[in-house]
Structures are given as structure tokens and as C-alpha cells.
Design a protein around this ligand. Structure first.
Ligand code: PLP
Length: 454
């Protein structure tokens, strides 16, 4: 890429900042040595890995977190977008503690699940809801429902998206460029090992933001497609919003082909608007999958469905179940999150903060001539290191200056701005963030911009 030539000092700066980060996080290094003896990679989930070691966190409050070395950070990572309520939020804590004192688990329904389901119906305008324990379970149940409803096998997903780690969607998540095939006929590439023969082939991929490609796939596989699943805005290759008319066209096409449309709103749900991307873009799917931000930091998820799909759950034809589904502690946290913390005023404030953070980044990008631009939705935003807009995964592979992304992450971490490890993510703001916190973020970003363009 041409931009690489004009940023020739990136390797030196990266080496320097990497050394600084290691020096600041020696204790995390010791934890890592201990942890890796009992947990592969020294982490509970592979997403928490980082090279050469992850930063182990001790505690958090409001918009701040502290690592085990005692470093203080402003948290823009926010638990992969879960913590829109802020850490140790007093309203969530009070609700969960009160529920704890009344018993934390019965595997029988409590009123909390009714209240949360009613609120989700109000926010999404989707009539029926069930609960899960994670985003993975939500999208897994959506796939079961779509297959059960249609009696068909094939799932169409978007190339380069992650929908959790169950078999049907662990396909072409981050396909290597030399294996993905041509854009018109992308290969289905398994994401890791461990899937039974035929599993990967039952999932076909199409590029994001290309309704004609989706139409070709639906027509070419007429009578075989059980469901089309997508994030209405892609959120794992930075943020890629849908182009005008794309979601509307997918809605028309899936209806015409009798294929349930599944929105994976695990990341967007309750974070980009009260009713998630469904509200933001004004297109209603047949199934919506939620998790992350809706439960205020406790592990839970939900799945919303149309009348026809709910009938399959009601009759028991499709099994939607789980010991911890609708767990009272999780429901108490979700109720406080949705009814007390993420209020209409909170969304107005979050959106304002996000706009101002993006404006600040744009000013710095312009001033220093960085090959970058900002993208944001609701409480989430990112700096995408590409001069051109990114419309789909293949753009992300070829147009993003990945070394600059990595270096910006190091600068942020060394300046006390906690960000998602890796270059694929975005920031998430919480109700505890203030304009002062944004100023600190921008200061770190400007230092990076100054050094890298010097
Ligand atoms: C869009 C999307 N869907 C599903 C999932 C899976 O959620 P979980 O990690 O809670 O299983 C994720 C996780 O990051 C995600 O980003």
C-alpha cells in the first residue's frame, strides 16, 4: 500500500511502544506465566489473548479500570461493548444484591423475566422473547428456529462476520485471503477445527452490502435456504454500516424467498439505540439475537421472534431451553440496565459523547493527514485506518493500514486508554464517560498522530 511508504517509522515506534507496555505490565506477565499452566493461552476465552501476554484486570468503577500492576486506565474497551452501564454501576449492583438476598436460581420463571421480555418487545417491536446465556446461544437458537421453520438446511451468512462459536456460523469468520475464493463465489472456510463433515458446506457466504449477491445466492439455492443471518452493521472489522437500501432489500428478498431474516444484534442491541440497529435502520427481522449490553455486565442473552417462529417454541417442535435461561440475577441486572440506567436521556447523552469523540478524532486525522476516518453508531465508534470507506470484509483485508491500527492501540494503552486488543474492534462508551475522558482519549490519539507523522 502506498501509505506504508510514508509511515516508515512505524516499525521503530511499534517496537518502542511494545517495550513500554511490557515494562508497565510486568505483573500481568507473571500472572500469564501462572495462568498458562492451567488455562491454554493463560486466558478463559481465546478472545482475551494478547501477544506476548494479556493485561490482567483487578477492578473497575465507572469509566475506569485498574490492572494488576496498578496502572489506571480509562475504559473504552468496556468488556467488548457490554458495559454501557459503566463498571460497578450502583443501580445494577443494588438490583443484583437485592435479588441475591432473595435467592439466585430456581430454574423456574420469576417476574423479572416477564418484565425484561416486555421491555425488549417494547424496544424492538418484536412480539416474543426467550432468554439465553450468551450471544452464541442466541444465534444458535436462531439457526435452529430458522431450520425448524423452513425444514431446510442452508444458512447464508456474511463473509467476515462472527456470530459466536457454534458450528453453523463458525464459517468464513476471518477467511485467509488465499483461501476465500473469488468474490462472486466465496468458499466456505471453517474457522478452526472440530466440525463434523458437511457442517461447513451447509453455510454459504456472501459479501456484506451487496444485495445482488444475496439475491443470486437465494435464487441459486432456491428451496434450500433456511435462514439469512447478518449483523445489520458489521462490528468486528471495525464498524461497517449498511449502505442505503441494503437492509430494506434483504428484507424484501428474504420475504420473497420464504427465508427468515436473522439480525445478530449481539453488539448493536441496546448499544446503538434503545431498540438497537432494528430501530436505528428501521428494518424489522424475523429473529433478533441479543446479548452483551442488555444484561449490564452479567452473562445473558435473548432471542426475539415473530408469531410464526414463536409457535414452534410454544409447541416444543424446536427446543429452546437451558438451566440458566432467565436466571434471576441476570434478569435483575437486565431490568435495571434497560429500565433504570439506559434511559432515553442516557442514550441522548451517549450519542452526544460519541459524536464529539468522533469529531475530535476527525480533527486530528485532518490536521496530521492520517489515512483514516471515523465511523460511529450510538455509543460505539472507531478510527478506521483507511482513506476509503470499508464496505465489506475484502475491503478490510486490502484497504486497512493494519500496522497503524496496531500502533494506535499501543499508544492508547501506554497513555492509560484501555482499548480492545487487536485492530478489529471499536470503542464503546458508557454512561460514566465524560467530556474529560474524551479529552484524554484525544490527547493519546494526537500523541500517536504527531509521532507517526513526524
Ligand atoms: C456479533 C456477535 N455475535 C455473537 C457473538 C457471540 O457472543 P458471545 O461471546 O456472548 O457468545 C459475538 C461476540 O463477540 C458477536 O460480536
Amino acid at each position: 500500500m502506498t501509505v506504508t511508504a510514508s509511515f516508515s517509522q512505524v516499525p521503530t515506534l511499534t517496537e518502542r511502544e511494545q517495550a513500554r507496555l511490557l515494562e508497565r505490565t510486568r505483573r500481568s506477565g507473571e500472572y500469564y506465566e501462572r495462568a498458562r499452566r492451567v488455562m491454554p493461552g493463560g486466558v478463559p476465552s481465546s478472545f482475551q489473548r494478547n501477544d506476548p501476554w494479556p493485561i490482567y484486570i483487578e477492578r473497575g468503577t465507572g469509566a475506569q479500570v485498574w490492572d494488576v500492576d496498578g496502572n489506571e486506565y480509562l475504559d473504552f474497551h468496556n468488556g467488548f461493548g457490554v458495559m454501557c452501564v459503566g463498571h460497578a454501576n450502583p443501580q445494577i449492583s443494588a438490583a443484583v444484591k437485592a435479588r441475591m438476598d432473595q435467592g439466585s436460581h430456581f430454574a423456574a420463571p420469576t417476574e423479572g423475566s416477564i418484565i425484561v421480555a416486555e421491555e425488549l418487545r417494547r424496544r424492538w417491536g418484536i412480539p416474543h422473547w426467550r432468554f439465553t446465556n450468551s450471544g452464541t446461544e442466541s444465534t444458535m437458537d436462531a439457526v435452529h428456529l430458522a431450520r425448524g421453520f423452513t425444514g431446510r438446511d442452508v444458512i447464508i451468512k456474511i463473509e467476515g462476520t462472527y456470530h459466536g462459536h457454534h458450528d453453523a456460523v463458525m464459517v468464513s469468520v476471518k477467511p485467509p485471503a488465499d483461501q476465500m475464493g473469488d468474490r462472486e463465489h466465496p468458499n466456505s472456510i471453517p474457522y478452526g477445527l472440530g466440525y463434523a463433515p458437511g457442517t461447513t458446506e451447509a453455510t454459504r457466504v456472501v459479501p456484506f452490502n451487496d444485495a445482488e449477491a444475496a439475491e443470486r445466492a437465494l435464487s441459486g439455492l432456491e428451496g434450500q435456504v433456511a435462514g439469512l443471518i447478518l449483523e445489520p452493521a458489521m462490528m468486528n472489522i471495525n464498524i461497517v454500516p449498511p449502505v442505503a437500501g441494503y437492509l430494506e432489500r434483504l428484507r424484501e428478498l428474504t420475504t420473497a424467498h420464504g427465508v427468515p431474516l436473522i439480525f445478530d444484534e449481539v453488539k448493536t442491541g441496546a448499544a446503538v439505540a434503545a431498540g438497537g440497529a432494528t430501530e436505528l435502520f428501521g428494518v424489522t427481522p424475523d429473529l433478533v439475537c441479543l446479548a452483551k449490553a442488555i444484561c449490564g455486565g452479567l452473562p445473558g442473552g435473548a432471542i426475539g421472534m415473530s408469531d410464526e417462529l414463536a409457535a414452534l417454541v410454544e409447541s416444543g417442535a424446536v427446543r429452546q431451553q437451558g438451566t440458566f435461561n432467565g436466571n434471576p440475577l441476570v434478569m435483575a441486572a437486565a431490568e435495571a440496565t434497560l429500565l433504570e440506567v439506559l434511559t432515553p436521556d442516557a442514550y441522548t447523552r451517549l450519542h452526544g459523547l460519541n459524536e464529539r469523540l468522533m469529531e475530535g478524532c476527525e480533527r486530528i486525522i485532518g490536521e496530521y493527514g492520517l489515512p483514516a476516518h471515523t465511523v460511529g453508531l450510538g455509543s460505539k465508534g472507531c478510527v478506521t485506518f483507511s482513506s476509503e470507506p470499508i464496505r465489506e470484509y475484502r475491503d478490510y483485508c486490502t484497504k486497512i493500514h493494519h500496522e497503524l491500527s496496531d500502533l494506535a492501540w499501543l499508544y492508547h494503552m501506554n497513555q492509560g486508554i484501555f482499548m480492545t486488543p487487536g485492530q478489529d474492534e471499536e470503542w464503546t462508551l458508557s454512561v460514566a464517560h465524560t467530556d474529560e475522558h474524551l479529552a484524554s482519549y484525544l490527547e493519546a490519539f494526537e500523541l500517536f498522530a504527531r509521532d507517526v507523522t513526524r
